[in-house]
Design a protein around this ligand. Sequence first.
Ligand code: 5AD
Ligand code: FES
Length: 353
Amino acid sequence: MNAVVERTQAASSPPCGEAPRFTEAELLRFITTEDPEETEELFAAARAVREARYGRAVYFRGLIEFTNYCKNDCLYCGIRCSNRALRRYRLSFEEILQCCRMGRLLGFRTFVLQGGEDPYFTDERVCGIVRAIRREFPDYAITLSIGERGRESYEAFFRAGANRYLLRHETANDEHYRKLHPAGMSLAERKHCLFVLKDIGFQVGAGCMTGSPFQRPEDLLEDLLFLRELEPHMVGIGPFIPHADTPFASYPAGTVAQTLKMIALSRLLLPGALIPATTALGTIDPQGREKAFRAGANVVMPNLSPVGVRKLYSLYDNKICTGDEAAGCLLCMQDRIRGSGFEPSMIRGDFIG
Ligand code: 5AD
Ligand code: FES
């Protein structure tokens, strides 16, 4: 047995739930290994670390995709502003609140408001929505995922009552970042936003895509090193999936294997992280989310958006769960979680440090 496997096994001894401090060479080795035994050991170690903190619970977040307008033009993303083929929508203030009320009926205690970078939703409008949700749902977690803004905006959102913020860094390699984004967007700015959000007091989520065009194993290593540096509370990792109306339409999707390894490594580096089994992973493999729980993921984010707009929040092709009512998705996910040996949990599921 080699030294790397021994070190992951060291991580698998609860109750401490602490991971060993991997060297860069070790991390790169795990990123690239195709050895099934080594991969299984990695997953087992990730499961043990996660179980020491969170037991077998999988936390639910109700996702509300409230606008598909976006002023950005990320080359991979289906809602990029250059995509004229897409019908655009915005949920009204009242529609957003109705989604939350539906979420409450279903038992959710966390809402995630996600959207493109839509200038219509000024700080004032966002704060108005957050305040209204906070008033009606005083003890719920409110998560925003609306992209890059300045410190003052983020501070205003926090004061209005938002607790968490998701902003994936997408790739932590500067050159790679520039291949995925138009001129004018920068990795430095993205990282700056993440540190500011953390400084303000948000529970912060970073993350990346696996298998995005031009990605090298070394880029994934940089993703892990950046996560170790930032120490986010949440880490979202999903495979890149091509969207027909983007410049990356003909690039291959990321793989399940690579995504699972990145989830497991994130778990080992950040034992307390809340890590979703992403919809993108469920899209490239019907069992993708179940596999993610086995690799250390402990969150799912079923969709609470009105069914009529689901297909329009089209980040990538063939997105699953776009035709299902929220209640159906919830029951389906709860069954899937139990079926893979985990426990669905509807509590807020805050970060355990
Ligand atoms: N494939 C997979 N994930 C994507 N995202 C955007 N476009 C795609 C795509 N084509 C992800 C990004 C973003 C999140 C909301 O969705 O990582 O941060
Ligand atoms: Fe949406 Fe299964 S999770 S239908």
